[in-house]
Ligand binder design. Structure first.
Ligand code: IPD
Length: 278
């Protein structure tokens, strides 16, 4: 199995680089933009073409494996997470950034076995940052080992979060109330960069101390979540409970102390999960 995981890793890394070239080429060109669940939830031809490219490549090389992808799920494919090797992909995490020309976008390819990530690749082709991890083997950025910061207290922390793509007034109110409570704790600062995966990789590489959000999806956090854990970070649900990748509630911190301190501040937002397990 270890050999097979290494093969999946090399395949995922090469595929993310190839698809990153597609994203980079399209980045400066005019785009056909459509909306999905809200006026701020976008999909472009690039999201769809990259997802098709990734799915075809996986099906050719690993025909027995399962695949969960952002755009195929948006098009109605039901998500059922099983114990089988499952590729979890986001062709462009940070689509709003992509359509606006803000350089935090990433191709995300993760593999789960028995519902736990074993391979994680997040590639930002605009900044040429390749983040990778294999379970038990550490995490890297552009081939160099990365480690999280040592921050254990909110007063010393730079926190990343997002408004998310919902434009429900009630939900945005809880999001902004939470931001208020966190910033007034106090913390050093709050930033929102527009890509869950880039945020998590920023924590993994020590550029920031913690990221939290409610509402992102399994494809935004699967690959990046493993990269963070392998860099020495801690992941949990927004209420501090054990992370469930389908439940759309995520805290990824450089330490458990910091993550649980932030969890204790957050009012919870309940959303339907991405899918079911079997
Ligand atoms: C979104 C981004 C964004 C986060 C949303 C995600 P997408 O992913 O990661 O930062 O706030 O919750 O859905 O749609 O750009 O792949």
């Amino acid at each position: 199995m270890a050999d097979e995981v290494d093969q999946m890793f090399e395949f995922a890394r090469d595929l993310a680089r190839k698809c990153g070239e597609m994203v980079k080429t399209a980045f400066d060109l005019p785009k056909n933009i459509e909306t999905k669940s809200s006026p701020s939830d976008f999909v472009t031809e690039t999201d769809q073409n990259v997802e098709k490219t990734i799915i075809q490549a996986i099906q050719t090389r690993f025909p027995d494996h399962e695949i969960i992808g952002e755009e195929t799920s948006a098009a109605g494919k039901e998500i059922i997470l099983t114990d089988k090797p499952t590729w979890v992909i986001d062709p462009v995490d940070g689509t709003t950034n992509f359509v606006s020309g803000f350089p935090y976008v990433a191709v995300c390819i993760g593999v789960m076995i028995k519902k736990n990530p074993v391979v994680g690749v997040v590639y930002n082709p605009i900044l040429d940052q390749m983040f990778t991890a294999v379970k038990g083997k550490g995490a890297t950025m552009n081939g160099k080992e990365i480690k999280v910061n040592q921050c254990k207290d909110m007063k010393d922390a730079l926190i990343l979060t997002e408004f998310g793509s919902s434009r429900s007034k009630d939900r945005i109110k809880v999001v902004t109330d939470n931001m208020c409570d966190v910033v007034l704790t106090p913390v050093r600062g709050i930033r929102a960069l527009g890509s869950a995966a880039c945020n998590i990789c920023a924590v993994a590489s020590g550029f920031a101390d913690l990221y939290y959000e409610t509402g992102m999806h399994i494809w935004d956090i699967c690959a990046a979540g493993l990269i963070l854990r392998e860099a020495g970070g801690f992941t949990c649900s927004t209420d501090g409970a054990e992370l469930d990748y389908l439940h759309r509630k995520f805290i990824g911190g450089c330490s458990s102390e910091l993550a649980l301190q932030v969890a204790a501040k957050l009012k919870q937002i309940d959303l339907p999960p991405d899918g079911t397990t079997q």
